[in-house]
Design a protein around this ligand. Structure first.
Ligand SMILES: Nc1ncnc2c1ncn2[C@@H]1O[C@H](COP(=O)(O)OP(=O)(O)OP(=O)(O)O)[C@@H](O)[C@H]1O
Length: 262
């Protein structure tokens, strides 16, 4: 199921945050939303999970206009892992993951055997099953991130929306999570700060700057040295990992006055 924004504009308190943003995330692919701090990545995702309603334009998941379907249907279409969610959540981990099943249950319906099996599988896939009885508030940042991912997986939605999914994770856990996301084969749209992750794990990237789309294509095409200099003010270069053969990015700060005068 593809994900599409068409002509999306968002203005908050007289400031334009998103300006005529359009992009398409292809079915079953991982699309990265990238851009400097404040470029509008989270705001764009919030349009898809119905927190911010665009003043202009539409957001679609498959054939469905996200703002025109009932909330329950929206919950069946897409699962969300937002940034720093529910830090004071007192529930046990298993109960939180089980909440992912709510869009598939009728009002006051009890968890079925099938629901329980799906929750077990989601806990295992996110590698947090060992903590199922722990209260969320007692977990580390990285462990919480896994719980929220497990809840999203339990939702069994065809589309996954992720805002900085590798936040709080150590490098091993970051790469493990990105591999898992790729393996899932879902249509995934993820806001990512780490451009090297975007380069090596995304099928496509959408580069935002000052609320506008600067480029949208495969990462090697978008993340050129010139764009990295123009948008992020850094010297970037593409390289190939000697073991995996995957493309990566390396960075240096702009040349110092001393370097320039040499
Ligand atoms: N509710 C709001 N009220 C006022 N300004 C807002 C609001 N939400 C977002 N903004 C502003 O919109 C701009 C884009 O914010 P957004 O969080 O979408 O950017 P981002 O690309 O996700 O940033 P970051 O990389 O820092 O997470 C920022 O300048 C932010 O201050």
């Amino acid at each position: 199921m593809r994900v599409e924004a068409t002509g999306v504009s968002v203005t908050i308190d007289g400031t334009t945050i998103l300006d005529d943003v359009s992009f398409t995330a292809a079915d079953g692919r991982v699309t990265g939303l990238i851009g400097p701090n404040g470029s509008g990545k989270s705001t764009l995702l919030r349009c898809f999970y119905r927190i911010i309603r665009p003043q202009q334009g539409t957001v679609h998941i498959g054939e469905h206009d996200v703002w025109r379907v009932p909330a329950r249907r929206a919950g069946q279409l897409r699962a969300v892992v937002a940034q720093d969610q529910e830090l004071d959540n007192e529930y046990a981990v298993r109960d939180i993951v089980a909440m992912g099943r709510i869009p598939h249950q009728r009002l006051l319906e009890r968890e079925s055997t099938a629901d329980r099996a799906i929750v077990d599988e989601a806990l295992a896939r996110a590698r947090i099953e060992w903590a199922e009885a722990r209260r969320f508030v007692t977990l580390s940042g990285g462990e919480r991130q896994r719980v929220l991912l497990a809840r999203a997986l339990a939702q069994n939605a065809p589309v996954l929306l992720l805002d900085e999914p590798t936040n709080h994770l150590d490098i091993g856990a970051q790469l493990e999570l990105l591999e898992l996301i790729r393996e899932l084969g879902l249509t995934t749209v993820a806001a990512l700060h780490d451009l090297d992750h975007a380069m090596s794990y995304c099928d496509a990237v959408v580069l935002l700057h000052h609320g506008r789309v600067v480029a949208a294509d495969d990462p090697v095409t978008v993340l050129t040295p010139q764009r990295l200099a123009d948008v992020f003010g850094v010297r970037g270069a593409t390289t190939t990992h000697p073991l995996t053969g995957r493309p990566h990015l390396v960075f240096a700060a702009p040349p110092s006055e001393r370097e320039l005068s040499r």
